[in-house]
Design a protein around this ligand. Sequence first.
Ligand code: ME8
Length: 660
Amino acid sequence: MAEDKKTFYITTPIYYPSADLHIGHTYCTVMADAIARYKRAKGFDVRFQTGTDEHGQKIQQVAEKNGVTPIQYVDDVVGRIRKLWDTMEISYDDFVRTTEPRHMERVQAEFEYMEKKGDIYLGEYEGLYCTPCESFWTETQAVGGLCPDCGRPVEKVKEEAYFFRLSKYQDRVLELLEDPDFLYPEARRNEMINFVKQGLEDLCISRIDFDWGIPVPGNPKHVIYVWLDALSNYATTLGYPDKPNELSKYWPCDIHLVGKEIVRFHSIIWPAMLMSLDMPLPKHVLGHGWILLEGGKMSKSRGNVVDPVKLINRYGVDAVKYFLLREYAFGQDGLYTNEVMLNRLNYDLANDLGNLVSRTVAMIEKYDGGVVPAPAGVEGPDADLREMGMSTEERVDEYMNRFQFNNALEEIWKFIRRTNKYIDETSPWILAKDPELKGRLDTVMFNLAESIRIISVLIHPFIHNTSEKIREQLGIADQPVVWADTKRFDMMAGVQVHKGEPIFPRLDIEKEIKELEAITEEQKRQAMAKAAHDAGKPVAADKSNNEPEASEAGKPAITIDDFDKIDLRVGKILSCKKHPNADKLLISQVQIGGEVRQIISGVAASHTPEEMEGQSVVVVANLKPRKLRGETSHGMILFADNEGRHEFVTPHAPDGNVVK
Ligand code: ME8
C-alpha cells in the first residue's frame, strides 16, 4: 500500500518568472526529474515539487517596464514555464506559485509564529540591496558598490523594516553545516562554513518601497522579503502549519536541489527559519554548477541564452535530457557548445544505442521470423555479457546515490557498448550461414534481446520516451517497467519483435551547427529589438547589437535628459596602488585634462596596479566625492563586466575629452 512506502521529497528552486527560462533552469529541473523518476522506480513514494517565485521588486519593475500589472506579467511567463515542463514531460507532483492563496496565507502564519517567539522585531534597515538577486549586503560585502554574487551595482536602501534574529541561530547553523551529509558538494560546504564563521547578522525581512509581495500581518505597508516568502514554499504546499498530518508525510524534505549561487539561502537562512519555526530540517541541500557559454554567462536581455524549446523542437525531449545529464559533472560548471551537444547525440544515442536496437531487431526478424528464440546453452562471451547486464544496476545505484548522473549513464553505456561488441564477437551473419549453428544463433539472438530489455529498464528514469520506443520494438511495450527486472535474464524467449523507425537519426553536425547558429542570431536580434523597444529606442534595421538594451537588473528606461546629467570624460591613469585597508580596492591617480583626480575602483581581483597604470579609461567625472575605507574617491572608472572580470573600456582619444 502507498502509505507503507518509504517517502521521498525533492524540490527544485522556484524560478523567477521575470523572463522565459533557459537551458540552465532546464538542467536543474531535468536532474530533479531524473532523481524523482529513479526513486519511484526503486519503489519510493515520491513527491517532486517545482514552481515560480513571483513576488519582489525585480518582478514589479519588469512588469512596469512592460506596461502591465505584475500578475498579468507573471501569468503570461508562468504559462510558458508550465508548458516547457509539460513538453519535457517533467514528472512534478506539485507546481507552486507564490501568488496562490494557499501559499500566501501560510507565509503570514509563519511570520506570526516567528514574531510571537520573539525572533522578529521592527527596526530600521540601512544598507545595500541587489535587485536582480533580491539580496541585502553590507558595505564590506559589496566591495566597490557591486553585488558579490552577480557583480551588478547595488542600491542604497534606508527604510523601516522587520528583522529576523538570524544571529541567534548562528551556532546551530554552523553545527548543521559541519555535518558532511547535509550540504553537497564539499567545496560549497566549506564556503558556507567560512561565511557563517564571519558572523551572521540579523536579516532584514520586509520592504516598504514597493508593494508586490505578501503583506506583513498587522502592518500591511510592509511586504515580506521575497526570499522568506520563496523559501517557505517547500513547506507551505505540504500544509504547514495548519495540516500537520499532511505535512509530516513528506517533511522533512530529502533534497533541495539548487544552483550554487543560492546555496547560501538554502543552507543558512532556510534552516535558521525552520529552527525558529520548531520544524525538522531538510536532509540534504545539493548545489549544482552552472552551464556557461563561450561568450560568458547567459543573459536573458542580450538573448545569448540557449533556448531549450529550440533544441527540443529539433532533436526531441530525450536528446536534450540525455545531453544535460550525461555531459556535466554534478557540482561543477560546464561549457555548452552546439558541437559538444551534437556529438553526444550522434555517438551515444544514434550510434551506440540506436544502432544496437535496429541491428538486433532486424536480425531477429531475418533469422527467426521476428520471434525471439529460446537460448541453447552458454558459451564464449555469453557469461560475461549476462553478468555485466545483471550487475549494471548496482553500479548505477552507487552513482545515483552520489548524484553523479554522468557516471550512472556512463555505466549503462558501457553495457550498451559491451552488447555491440558482443555482436562483433559472435558474428551472427556467419552463424546464419550454417544450419548446424542455428542453436548458437538462437542463443546470441536471445542474449541480445535480453540485454536490450535490461537497457530499456535502466534508461527509463532518464529518457523514458526512448525506453518506451525500444520496448515497442522489442514487443514488450504492454509490460510494466519493473526495476527488479534488471536482475533477470530470462524474459524474452517467444516474444514477437517489431522493427520500427531508427530511435535516433544520425545528424550532419556541420549542417546542424550552421542552422542552430542562424536560429540563435535571429533570437538575439529579437531580444535586442525588444530590449531597445522597452527602453524607447528605435532599432537599426541592419544591425541590432549596437543598440542599448534594457539591463538585466530591470532598470527603468531613462530619457536623454537623464543621460545628459552624467559627465563622462576620457581619463589616463598616471599611477595606481593597492588600498591600504581593502584587498579588493585599487587607488588610481587619473589625469582628466588639466586635473588629476584620485579614484577608487573595486577591481583588484581583475587587475594589478601595474596593469592599471598608463590605461586610457572612461570616467564618470561628476560623481560626488565619497570616502571608501578612509580614502576619498572622486569619480568612477567604467569597466565592462565580463563574467565578474572587469575589462578595460578603452577610448582612443586624449584625456579630458568629453564622451557623449
Ligand atoms: O534564484 N546553469 O530563481 P532563478 C545552471 N527565485 N543552472 C542555472 C543557470 C545556469 N546558467 N541559470 C539558472 C531564483 N540556473 C529564486 C529561487 S528558491 C526558494 C528561489 C538554475 O529564476 C539554478 O538552479 O534565478 C539556479 O539556482 C536557478 O536556476 C535560479 O533560478
